[in-house]
Ligand binder design. Structure first.
Ligand SMILES: Cc1cc2nc3c(=O)[nH]c(=O)nc-3n(C[C@H](O)[C@H](O)[C@H](O)COP(=O)(O)OP(=O)(O)OC[C@H]3O[C@@H](n4cnc5c(N)ncnc54)[C@H](O)[C@@H]3O)c2cc1C
Length: 586
């Protein structure tokens, strides 16, 4: 495959006016913040074991994987409704670049299996979420589209392992957790129909008992990873109650035991704005065979487990894409000359770069903490399970929204070239958009966090308590700053209480945003204290000043502080914890 021109690895010549990109960079080695958080959250033996694997994926993401992602994006999949003999054996043709990325993700790194069984990457136990999502974070800095099949395979495996009968597990698990392409079954999940995406209870497809087995009828309107080997699918058993309570969960194989095609058809593929490397289609269920998964009437609740795992993955994907955007923007700003100086020397550009950096770092902190909470929840820690209930929708909502601004901002830093498909920016802008739709739109996630987790279960109070506990563990931080953070947490929790009342639905997004910002400010301060990292405390302070405090748009007052912070955050000098928390000059 042709290597992309203007590689960042190539030296600029005197006549070379076009700024380079990050091609050739190792995204693991370049990411001090990520490595610092792994040191903090990951058990040391696993950390040491995974270091070379993360290093390899970081190198691939800045090199070969990035080239493959570019090619796969430009050669989207094609649906063939019949085989060459005229049988209705639909199949999807992928570019070889996509197949090679699959080999890396599923075959080499086992991203779909690593947290479900021992042995992946030579580790003698299933890996915790901090590891799995850490690999996702590096992978997505190059390729976003394929992460959908990887993630839905991972989450399908979770559901089958948790809810499948022993017989179903015996049949499916060896295939689902295999890394051998000849044997492996990849998974997906189909819920959305024309009648309902957010309103899942409105879906119309039906499950019927025929000759002692389940058969599915109806249509699914959005089916990503359309040709997966196994689809988890919601349908209403004949005669079951209306709404989500009547829905059953089924596992529908693409092929039957005798190798013949199951009775559903891919009607067409969607012509999508982004995620173009990956196939999303519409399917018609024509008496498709399926296995029942778990309790028949608990289908929706079981599917929500999968949705929540996917939401965490979406937050991580947003963190990854923002990191890529930031890296690209810094690369341009350091190399592009305008008006006789590098862009990075210009005060207005420095301000814009901070606007890309702060949300990228917030999302990184949220990934590490949420993954840690998920790990504790999986080990029967009820408090952690309770907390997780609000963290996943908060993370999904805010990080995916932030990603939109960051992607557009990074495109703008590259100037006109940022709009041209030779460069990664257009793909980042296009791919970012789906984050606010998949696994619930922004409204649906904010309502889930505030209208359900906070209003019905009081989880925002638990979140407040957990953040205060983090502050109590951060005694190295200057007292005044800790107190300021504590006040902000209390105010965000009080706001969430107000917004969780019947009258407050209107405010759900504001309240969810406030909780996310308060949580990430505390997390970054806690990390700063434990890593003795003044830079991270500055970032926490940026969140406090710019995302949690009122600014008068007609009289901004902290220019001197802002300039100093920009210099430090852009790597021009070291900063201690005390300096980072010094009183603001206003
Ligand atoms: C490329 C792509 C791939 C997809 N792949 C899959 C897949 O593999 N499997 C799958 O199951 N689904 C998939 N989806 C579907 C996706 O999850 C839905 O599109 C999404 O959940 C929104 O549902 P909808 O399109 O029906 O919009 P609607 O639910 O009609 O929403 C329209 C608008 O109304 C708002 N809204 C809805 N209810 C409320 C409320 N109570 N309060 C305030 N606002 C509200 C929403 O926020 C949104 O802005 C995919 C979608 C796309 C675009």
């Amino acid at each position: 495959m042709e290597a992309r021109r203007n590689s960042g690895a190539r030296q600029k010549t005197g006549s070379d006016h076009v700024a380079p990109d990050c091609r050739g960079m190792n995204f693991y080695r370049a990411d001090d913040a990520f490595r610092g958080l792994l040191d903090l959250y990951m058990e040391p033996a696993l950390r040491a074991h995974l270091d070379p694997h993360l290093d390899r994926l970081g190198e691939l993401a800045g090199g070969r994987l990035d080239e493959l992602a570019d090619a796969a994006d430009k050669h989207p999949p094609v649906l063939h409704p019949r085989d060459r003999f005229g049988h209705d054996e639909d199949w999807i043709e992928y570019h070889p670049a996509y197949r090679e990325m699959e080999r890396i993700a599923f075959g080499e790194f086992g991203l779909h299996a690593m947290s479900h069984r021992a042995g992946v990457l030579g580790w003698p136990a299933p890996m915790p979420p901090i590891a799995k999502y850490g690999f996702q974070y590096l992978f997505v800095q190059a390729e976003f589209g394929l992460m959908c099949p990887v993630s839905v395979s991972d989450t399908s495996n979770f559901v089958i392992l948790r809810y499948g009968s022993d017989e179903l597990k015996r049949k499916l698990v060896p295939r689902l957790l295999s890394q051998d392409p000849a044997e492996m079954w990849k998974g997906t999940q189909f819920m959305t129909e024309k009648s309902g995406g957010s309103d899942v209870g409105a879906l119309e497809s039906e499950a019927r008992q025929e000759h002692g087995e389940w058969r599915l009828y109806g249509e699914k309107w959005f089916c990503s990873h359309t040709d997966a080997d196994l689809a988890l699918i919601l349908a209403r058993p004949q005669g079951a109650a209306a709404g989500t309570r009547g829905l059953g969960l089924f596992a529908m194989p693409r092929r039957l035991e005798d190798g013949s095609r199951n009775r559903y058809r891919i009607v067409r593929l969607k012509d999508k704005l982004g995620t173009r490397s990956m196939a999303s289609g519409e399917i018609r269920l024509e008496s498709a065979f399926a296995w029942q998964v778990g309790e028949l009437r608990a289908g929706f609740r079981q599917m929500l487990d999968q949705v929540n795992l996917s939401r965490l993955s979406h937050g991580v994907r947003a963190a990854a894409m923002m990191r890529r955007c930031l890296n690209e923007a810094l690369c341009v700003a350091r190399n592009r000359i305008a008006f006789g100086r590098a862009l990075i020397e210009m005060p207005l550009m420095r301000r814009q770069l901070l606007k890309l950096m702060v949300p990228a770092e917030q999302a990184l902190s949220m990934y590490a903490w949420t993954a840690d909470v998920m790990d504790r929840a999986s080990r029967a820690d009820e408090g952690a399970a309770h907390l997780l209930r609000i963290l996943t929708p908060l993370f999904k909502f805010r990080a995916c929204r932030d990603n939109l601004h960051v992607a557009t901002g990074a495109m703008e830093v590259r100037g006109g070239n940022g709009y041209i498909e030779d460069w990664v920016n257009p793909r980042l802008v296009r791919d970012a958009q789906i984050g606010v739709l998949w696994e619930g739109t922004s409204n649906i996630n904010a309502l889930d966090a505030i209208g359900r987790a906070a209003a019905k279960m009081g989880v925002h109070e638990a979140l407040g308590a957990a953040l205060h506990a983090r502050l109590a563990e951060s005694s190295r931080l200057p007292q005044k700053f800790r107190m300021r953070l504590g006040e902000l947490v209390d105010r965000a929790v009080a706001f969430a209480s107000r917004a969780s009342g019947v009258e407050g639905e209107r405010l759900a997004r504001m309240a969810a945003g406030a909780l996310y910002n308060a949580a990430t400010a505390v997390l970054m301060a806690w990390e700063a204290a434990h890593l003795d990292n003044g830079r991270r405390l500055l970032l926490s302070r940026m969140v406090v000043d710019y995302r949690l405090s009122a600014q008068d748009p007609l009289a901004p007052q902290n220019e001197a502080w802002e300039e100093r912070a920009a210099a430090l955050l852009l790597g021009e000098g070291a900063v201690t914890l005390d300096q980072a928390a010094a009183p603001v000059n206003r």
